[in-house]
Design a protein around this ligand. Structure first.
Ligand SMILES: *Cc1c(COP(=O)(O)O)cnc(C)c1O
Length: 401
């Protein structure tokens, strides 16, 4: 270990400096509120980046995890795991999918989706088509395959050589997609809302065209619902808004309410492509993580969270249009449910810091977009409170814009 008297706190940290961290240490959470180590309270409109969808430390999920903590934490997937069967059955019952593979993160879920698509085309359909088309501004994760799938150069810098078999097309451009498809194309992978990429919404005409092309050419449709799934957009899964039935879709962020867990879900005809020995995860689907998933899903179902989000999301959008929509700095407000982007005509990093000072936490989506991700049980009063903090910040920014 190298030390110097002049090292700053950041330089002496034992962690890799992979994150540009805000100067705040959050130590306690409850519902929509977070507290830092100095006791300051914040209204949370980022939810750990769409993870704590049921608020911080939700009682129903906590009860499930605590009960499991007393019984059994981990067993190998060499054995039957009843909690994993139960969680998968719940997901299948409430989605268009027939089979589930559990893992630990969004990147791993997408990695499994990519592997399943290739293996299906090679071993089951026998077409040998390995290429996957993804879209500019997409985000699919940070493993080598998923960062290659991601349509943003900044996540790829310095990691060459990258895996082969990915091709990129502009989002919502039907002709460009047609041109990108080749004899080797086996799947198309997309997000319903490109959340990291700027809160860009899938256009209905494009969705219909992708669906038709997949059916016509025998391509698999993979939908990355890591951020949009689990009620975030006002449906349990965002593809339901478009009447799509993806061959494969992936979940992670909100799936365990903060417990790390991911899932790859697929139609029944893909089941045999992942036979014994084809894919695995040591920690995927342990009794402990499954207790978090079951608690989360049961809460979603009993509290009808998605329908509630449709209502609160409409209220948030209307309030935003009313209170900040005409400010000069605001270029466009767009989103779905409680995943909302406010595109400004200047960078938003300074506004984000000012909001933190004033007790409101949110994130950006690219340099110029404020991204609001409150928990899905957020109240109308909390929405009004957030806008009371945001409005003067955007108003002051409008003077310089
Ligand atoms: C966050 C995210 C991922 C990556 O998830 P990790 O759990 O960080 O690996 C993938 N796709 C989308 C759409 C995401 O928002």
């Amino acid at each position: 270990m190298s030390t110097s008297i002049n090292d700053s706190a950041a330089e002496t940290s034992a962690l890799f400096p992979t994150y540009a961290r805000y100067p705040i240490a959050l130590v306690k959470g409850e519902g929509s509120r977070l507290w830092d180590d100095a006791g300051k309270c914040y209204l949370d409109f980022m939810s750990g980046l769409a993870v704590t969808n049921l608020g911080h430390v939700p009682a129903q999920v906590k009860a499930k995890i605590v009960a499991q903590l007393d019984t059994l934490w981990h067993v190998s997937n060499l054995f039957h795991i009843p909690q994993q069967e139960e969680a998968a059955a719940l997901l299948v019952k409430h989605s268009c999918a027939d089979a589930v593979f559990f893992c630990n993160s969004g990147a791993e879920a997408n990695e499994a989706a990519i592997k399943l698509a290739r293996r299906y085309q090679q071993n089951i359909a026998g077409t040998g088509r390995y290429e996957i088309i993804t879209f500019h501004q997409s985000f699919h994760g940070r493993t080598l395959a998923t960062l290659t799938a991601t349509g943003q150069d900044k996540v790829k810098d310095g990691y060459a050589p990258l895996p082969e078999g990915f091709k990129y097309a502009p989002f919502n451009d039907i002709e460009a997609l047609r041109d990108a498809i080749s004899d080797q194309t086996g799947a198309i992978m997309l997000e319903i809302v490109q959340a990291e990429g700027g809160v860009n919404l899938l256009q209905p005409e494009f969705a219909a065209a992708v669906d038709a092309l997949c059916k016509e050419l025998g391509l698999l449709l993979i939908i990355d619902e890591v951020q949009t799934g689990m009620g975030r957009t006002g449906k349990m899964f965002a593809h339901e808004h478009y009447g799509l039935q993806p061959d494969i879709f992936t979940l992670a962020k909100g799936l365990g309410s903060g417990f790390p867990v991911g899932a790859m879900l697929a139609k029944g005809y893909l089941r045999d492509a992942f036979g014994p020995g084809s894919h695995a995860s040591t920690f995927g689907g342990t009794p402990l993580s499954m207790s978090a998933v079951i608690g989360t899903l049961e809460t979603h179902i009993s509290e009808q969270i998605a329908a509630r989000v449709a209502d609160t999301g409409t209220y948030l959008m209307a309030q935003l249009h009313d209170k900040i929509g005409s400010l000069p700095v605001v270029k466009e407000i767009r989103g779905m449910g409680l995943l909302i982007g406010i595109e400004c005509n200047i960078p938003v990093q300074g506004m984000l810091a000012e909001a933190q000072q004033a007790g409101l936490l949110f994130v950006s989506a690219g340099p110029n977009v404020i991204r609001l991700l409150p928990n899905l049980l957020v109240t109308k009063e909390e929405i009004e409170e957030a806008i009371r903090i945001l409005q003067p910040i955007l108003q002051a920014a409008s003077v310089t814009a």
